[in-house]
Design a protein around this ligand. Sequence first.
Ligand code: NDP
Ligand code: 8X3
Length: 247
Amino acid sequence: MTKTILITGATSGFGRASARRFAAGGWRVIGTGRRADRLKELAEELGDVFLPLEVDMRDPEALGDLARLSAPWGDIDLLLNNAGLAPPTTPLPETEWSKLDQIIETNVTGLVALTRVLIPKLVERKGQIINLSSVAANYPYKGGAVYAGTKAFVRQFSLDLRCDLEGTGVRVTSVEPGMAETEFTLVRTGGDQSASDALYSNMNPMTAEDHAELFWWLANLPPHLNINSIELMPVNQSWAGFAVHRE
Ligand code: NDP
Ligand code: 8X3
């Protein structure tokens, strides 16, 4: 039977690569995002197996509509909670509140709201939830407080949700990636392509396709197996240790 995945943030990066991967694997794909032109392009590329829906994660009504789709699109087997973004790494008091609020609303409030309304469907179908957290949830870095805070929320939310879903057969995974070259840094820096290029230069970052393969692997594991959390980095990324301030 054809399975259905709902991917939030399918207009770029991990989400777009996953839409391509799951469509190629024979799944029905619902892809959301704010950029209608990108959704249209993907729909032209993927054809009838793709349902493009312009949805802002900060719009609770639009998220509610996703839980009211009729069959076959409404028969969602996998929710890929991928839409997300980061504010600049400027010190907290110097970062515009509207930017921080947007991150919290998208990465946390929208993700929880969508998951909440889709749980009955996912329980019905013994489905699966994959949530995009980050290594930022696990290791602090300067300028990361709000972004990392949202991703730590996503990680813990995922683990706790497993307790709530005990006995339902629904699987939940927190995915915690390090550096992957997508539009993530372009968005974080307010469109500074040279800053993005510099960050990923000569370090062989992970790719969107690496992540699509990971999600595909998670989706195709035997149903009795739950990967609780999975952390991944490019080989050239590791840790820099503690900062010590001396008087
Ligand atoms: P991209 O910037 O390439 O893609 C982000 C996606 O999120 C876009 O499709 C964008 O769509 C969507 N999005 C952002 N805000 C909203 C919103 N308000 N409503 C709807 N959709 C929204 O980044 P990545 O693919 O790299 O990021 C995907 C996820 O992975 C994010 O949650 C990110 O935090 C996480 N992550 C990324 C890492 C990296 O190094 N790249 C590392 C660790 C985690 P649109 O703009 O069209 O709305
Ligand atoms: C972003 C991961 O390593 O670029 O979630 O901060 S990193």
